[in-house]
Design a protein around this ligand. Structure first.
Ligand SMILES: O=c1nc[nH]c2c1ncn2[C@H]1C[C@H](O)[C@@H](COP(=O)(O)OP(=O)(O)OP(=O)(O)O)O1
Ligand SMILES: [Mg+2]
Length: 207
């Protein structure tokens, strides 16, 4: 499958994870900044809507198929916040340190069992800007919020996200491990198997 897909993201952490996961499959993903795509406004009220807005924006600017990721963390004690507003939780878009500090502050004194949380990743793949049937996939990763940061890997909320199945924070995991079990890894596996099914059904015409 030698097909160029635009990756509709400006997040360096995500881009690295996509390259690692899709590169191996012969899928060539190029970040949208290589095409000078302007960032889409994330005006949707769900991960699904925002992922579609981002993918459509990248298709419109490049004329190429595009893959977008809208993701975030849902914290039960905060009734699901920051959710779709994860990147702008503390105000300034993408300020991970400020976002993590605010999350710790809001959970100050909350006991471990009430600190449950999960990452969501919604992927939207569109063949062109008017594609009426975007492919949408959703991956979830369960964990809880630590009381202080731990680990140097990953990005975003990873240093505060305790992964029970591994007994450490997401930022303490080697990247290969995170990519296998994370919300993004799970959603990407669904996408890859949908691509494989389509390409088999269309006798070699890839997606
Ligand atoms: O694996 C993850 N590990 C840690 N944190 C994560 C992860 N996955 C999403 N997150 C956080 C980062 C950001 O606060 C928000 C995503 O926001 P989101 O709008 O989807 O991405 P973004 O604005 O950073 O880049 P872009 O929209 O260009 O893809 O959730
Ligand atoms: Mg964003």
């Amino acid at each position: 499958m030698n097909k160029t897909i635009v990756l509709a993201s400006n997040n360096a952490g995500k881009i690295k994870e996509f390259n690692a996961l899709l590169g191996d499959m012969g899928i060539d993903v190029k970040p949208q900044n290589e095409f000078n795509v302007e960032e889409a406004e994330e005006t949707g009220l769900s991960f699904i809507e925002n992922a579609i807005l981002k993918a459509r924006n990248a298709c419109a600017h490049t004329g190429l198929p595009a893959l977008a990721d809208d993701s975030g963390i849902e914290v039960d004690y905060l009734n699901g916040a920051p959710g779709i507003y994860s990147a702008r939780f503390a105000g300034e878009h993408g300020n991970n340190d400020a976002n993590n500090a605010l999350l710790l502050e809001k959970l100050d004194g909350v006991p471990e069992l009430e600190r449950t949380a999960r990452f969501h990743c919604v992927l939207a793949y569109m063949r062109h800007k008017d594609d009426p049937t975007p492919l949408v996939f959703h991956g979830v990763w369960e964990g809880r919020i630590l009381t202080s940061t731990e680990g140097q890997e990953g990005f975003g909320y990873d240093p505060l996200f305790y992964v029970p199945e591994c007994g450490c924070s997401a930022a303490s995991l080697p990247k290969e491990v995170k990519n296998q079990i994370s919300h993004r890894g799970k959603a990407l596996k669904q996408l890859v198997s949908a691509f494989q099914q389509q390409s088999a059904a269309q006798q070699g015409t890839p997606f």
